[in-house]
Ligand binder design. Structure first.
Ligand code: 5GP
Length: 236
């Protein structure tokens, strides 16, 4: 399958049409951004690492009965996936308090939450991805009805229930992550986008070290080495 015209260019991915209207190709780029794109850097090889990590995790979820847009890995930087209508919500799942939760609510960094917290952010760069409640999402017509929000929450928890023990088993705490969903041609709500250290936080269970994009956000360095370590552990 060959890519044809560029459909959409995101901060870390370019999405292309293919000769089949049901399928798209995402190119994972080496671009790293943070703080709504205000901080930027190119990390050679990052795109290929995220493509491999995402492909593996999508396959894992597909095998556990969670539908994703993943079809196949094409080469180092390219993934073939279903063409879905994107739902403009970022579904955030949190197991441990850090990042914006700590900043916004004053919960001590590192606090283990009593249950997985699911939040919705409006996927809108100009507005800085603001937090939404159900009523905001309905007023903005981001979903058709309340039931779709419940489906998103249920799917997000189901994904967390699979990924959290998977990562714990390879010495990583799945602190939090951002999911995106879309509707396939049959109208099913399925997982899209990516699952990588760009949109997940991983803390090493022994050292507490961050092995994710926080290394870039906080200027700690060693981003590529950390992403390589995540891939190495995933592949066993
Ligand atoms: P926070 O709200 O604490 O900044 O982020 C929570 C989790 O969601 C983190 O794992 C973070 O990587 C992910 N996340 C939140 N918003 C975005 C976003 O706009 N882009 C990406 N790549 N990840 C996000």
């Amino acid at each position: 399958m060959e890519k044809t015209t560029l459909l959409y260019e995101g901060k870390a991915k370019k999405v292309y049409r293919t000769t089949d209207d049901n399928l798209l190709i995402s190119q994972f780029t080496d671009s790293l951004t943070a703080f709504d794109g205000k901080k930027k850097h190119n990390e050679l090889g990052k795109g290929a690492l995220n493509n491999k990590i995402s492909s593996h995790l999508f396959e894992l979820l597909n095998n556990k009965g969670v539908q994703t847009h993943f079809v196949q890995n094409i080469d180092d930087n390219h993934m073939l996936h279903k063409n879905c209508e994107v739902i403009l919500l970022e579904v955030i799942v949190r197991n441990i308090a850090t990042g914006s939760l700590t900043k916004n609510l004053g919960i001590k960094d590192g606090t283990v939450l009593p249950f997985a917290l699911v939040e919705f952010d409006y996927k809108n760069d100009e507005l800085g991805d603001p937090k939404l409640n159900d009523q905001h999402a309905l007023i903005l017509n981001l979903v058709e009805n309340k039931n779709e929000l419940d489906i998103l929450r249920t799917k997000a928890r189901q994904i967390n229930d699979i990924l959290k023990p998977f990562f714990l088993n390879i010495g990583l705490k799945l602190v939090d992550f951002k999911l995106e969903f879309g509707k396939d041609k049959q109208g099913n709500i399925i997982l899209i986008d990516e699952l990588s250290p760009d949109n997940c936080r991983f803390w090493d269970t022994n050292t507490g070290e961050s092995l994710d994009k926080d290394r870039f956000r906080q200027g700690i360095g060693g981003v590529k080495v950390a992403y390589e370590e995540v891939l190495k552990r995933i592949l066993g």
